[in-house]
Design a protein around this ligand. Sequence first.
Ligand code: GLY
Ligand code: MN
Ligand code: MN
Length: 541
Amino acid sequence: MKTKILFFSLFVLVVFDFFAQTPTDYLSKEFHQERRDILRAKMPKNTVAVVFANPLRNRSNDVDYVFHQDPNFYYLTGFREPNAVLVIFSENQTDAKGNSYNEIIYVPKNDPVSEMWNGKRLGVKGAKDQLGFKIAKTSEEFVTDKLNLNNFEKVFVEKFKDDYRNSYRDQGDLFDLVESFKKKSSYNSRLFLSKPKKRVYELIKVTPVKNAANVAQVIGKAITYYPDLKEDAIVKGYSNATSDKVKKEFQQLAALKLNKKSNIDIDFLTIQFAEMREIKTPSELKLLTKAIRISAVGQIEMMKAMQPDMSETEIQGIHEFVYKKYGAEYEGYPSIVGAGNNGCILHYIENNKTKVDNDLVLMDLGAEYRGYTADVTRTIPANGKFSKEQKAIYELVLEAQDEGIEACTIGNMFWTPGQEAKRVIDEGLAYLGIIKSPSEKHNYFPHGTSHHIGLDVHDPGTYGAFQANMVITVEPGIYIPDGSPCDKKWWGIAVRIEDDILITVNGPKNLSGEAPRSVEAIEQMMQKKSVLNEFILPSLD
Ligand code: GLY
Ligand code: MN
Ligand code: MN
């Protein structure tokens, strides 16, 4: 008996140990199933949604970039490998054997050689057992399956990314999946129009050619947001036409296109994902909060470790080391560490200044934990003490942020925190004499104040009124590059303070508030001893 118990205990230990060696706190398969059911319920009758995994991108020669799943695909499936496609039907379908199903996932097949080089694949069995799909098939089967997408009232798909290669070894890679989708559907006939294109075509169609200058103006503006429009044959032809006669021909072509019908719809899914993903479920909030708290600890540890002789790269490394120590897989976006004037470049990622000296160091970094990413910024004086000018700018940004955060209440519109922050900054800049009056136009705060965070650092959303369980950033900033039209003493000062705010029925909750924000709290934290002070490596000179 004793031997049996010992054997059993060993067995349990081994099994437990096996599972303990990889993270177990991913979203559950029930979470992803529920997301698919919600999406299905939003789909009109006799429609189908086709969602593709992200491409695997080539870095150089035979080395690829680290793969990252498409957040929408991940949200619906929990699948973390490339070369997969998900098909969701609005109603039950019946196969040749009479079995009914309403979704299929196609995943890369198990392949011992590929798995020896590149790591284990979940395979069809894993997709069923671990992700909970009743029907899972190999990606190659998507290519050979007889699915005719033209039979559906609508086929919902997102616009394809086209920066990936066809691997000739793999007959079911993303390239093959997309090509096969195009053959199964009317995609290649290109009869469908995206929303911006539809709007421009409408305008071309209804505007008398004598008013073509107005259309040109709208097209010019639309192209800045949707550069693809520039290459569109009708937009190009109409814009370049030198006579009314030719313009009228393109008007007719636009009208023809607008009348043609296709069952492909490339807008529907984008809207549904925005509506779903902007509200976080409790299990999402748990992971997102962890990512945020890890990032706050990164800021705290960096405040303690900061020395004027450090490089921007080293500072980045300390944050990222903290993330890894907590088991975060990635950074949610390229880390930004900019000292002094470098902080004025909003998405500065070179991080290659070799000595931060006595500058303010702007640190905008976020851990990605189980897919969810934080977005936290602190700006601190490298020598531990804010100068008079640095302090004045910092406290102005902090006041703007406080006002912005206060406006994060249910029912307020998304742009309210930005409006509040801008008002404070305009008044403050005028008070400090950096601009002449609060109404003077300036470029010292050139960005928005808030965006959703989640599986993406700039998470999709409808950007209307605040609702409970949204998580957004509030991130005002002031950036005064060298050579700005103000007193020299302000030059090279860049401050951004960014926190991640949960909207609740009880008001805003600052999830990244553990990292000090006030001048006094930062200076105090910077006096604390860092364990990294003893981490001294040998000189290689
Ligand atoms: N870290 C990018 C942003 O703040 O939006
Ligand atoms: Mn942000
Ligand atoms: Mn940021």
